[in-house]
Design a binder for this molecule. Structure first.
Ligand SMILES: CC(C)(COP(=O)(O)OP(=O)(O)OC[C@H]1O[C@@H](n2cnc3c(N)ncnc32)[C@H](O)[C@@H]1OP(=O)(O)O)[C@@H](O)C(=O)NCCC(=O)NCCS
Length: 299
């Protein structure tokens, strides 16, 4: 394999689109992340799978032999931030093949995606990752607050007789999710990729046509052991969480301290833990105290 020279000025990124690029991207991502054999990164992060047609750009850098050496993507969406919505760019699927690491390829792709985000009118770029040199050098800093609460430590009711708790994705959950007061704005077009998470476990209470509350556990290689999407009416939600706490000891509830407090679930101040990394693109951009990204909003 021929290595890409450090800082090669002739190296140009290329958009990754079409079936062949999609296969190569899936192979690179599945090799770089702890994806089980025969599974795909897209099983857990379908938002980056081009078949769902989310507004996004995926870029790649190729070695001289044509193999895909590095990739990164950005998607564009609206985030509830204070009283209004802010146009945001979310970077994800950042990966460099092991042989090409440490030569600045990921930094280069992320820098290019930041420029594209600026041109698209995003007010800030977000990403989920370690607060490492790679991202801090580009100007990313931690923002927001998140709390993780072991379910067994919460005073949750147990489902009474006749209360049905159901498991499995149900499209009516999507309607409930669209009513949430925080996180990314969900559009009709988001139903495809949201429904396609193969390793997320959905639970709900109520009827199939009208779930009253929902909770989602895990996301395959990410968010294992967390209830990271939850919502609906308070009383059924607490009952649903109570049933999960009983059936699955060790689960933790992940959420915004503001949301948790509003539902009476947070009694003590949580340990300070940022929600994500953020690079503001416009002067005066501010991450509001109650701004939050739900588990599947992240990439
Ligand atoms: C993270 C990764 C994309 C870096 O690719 P790269 O082309 O080697 O990156 P660059 O050469 O531009 O930058 C190297 C920096 O990335 C840092 N880095 C390594 N792994 C990292 C990680 N998981 N998250 C963030 N930064 C990481 C290195 O410490 C190095 O920092 P330093 O220069 O301060 O020592 C690559 O190591 C990889 O594919 N890892 C597995 C997949 C992954 O974790 N992706 C990132 C998810 S946010």
């Amino acid at each position: 394999m021929e290595l890409i020279p450090q800082g090669d000025p002739g190296l140009k990124s290329q958009p990754l689109a079409g079936a062949q690029d999609q296969r190569e991207l899936a192979a690179l991502l599945s090799a770089c992340f702890p994806v089980p054999e025969k599974a795909s990164f897209f099983d857990d992060f379908p938002v980056w799978d081009e078949r769902w047609k989310t507004p996004m750009v995926r870029l790649g850098l190729r070695a001289a032999d044509g193999s895909l050496a590095a990739a990164a993507g950005v998607r564009f969406c609206d985030l509830r931030n204070g009283p209004g919505w802010d146009r945001m760019a979310i970077i994800g699927c950042v990966a460099t093949a092991a042989a090409h690491r440490g030569r600045g390829l990921a930094s280069r792709l992320v820098s290019e995606l930041i420029e594209r985000s600026r041109n698209e009118g995003a007010r800030a770029v977000l990403l989920f990752g370690n607060d490492s040199g790679l991202y801090s050098r580009l100007g990313f800093a931690p923002v927001g607050r998140q709390a993780r609460l072991p379910l067994e430590t919460l005073a949750l009711p147990l489902p009474g007789p006749g209360i049905r708790i159901s498991r499995g994705w149900n499209e009516a959950i999507f309607d409930l999710m669209r009513q949430r007061g925080s996180g990314l704005r969900l559009l009709e077009a988001d139903l495809g990729w949201l429904s396609a998470h193969r390793n997320s476990e959905w639970w709900w209470i109520g009827t199939e046509a009208e779930p009253l509350a929902y909770a989602c556990v895990g996301r395959g290689i990410d968010l294992q052991g967390f209830v990271h999407e939850w919502g609906g009416q308070r009383a059924p939600l607490l009952t649903l969480l109570g049933a999960l706490a009983r059936g699955r000891p060790g689960l933790q509830l992940l959420g915004s301290p503001v949301e948790l407090r509003a539902r009476g679930l947070l009694e003590v101040e949580p340990l300070p833990e940022p929600a994500c990394l953020c690079l503001p693109l416009v002067k005066g951009f501010e991450w509001m105290h109650d701004t939050w990204l739900w588990g599947l909003d992240g990439a």
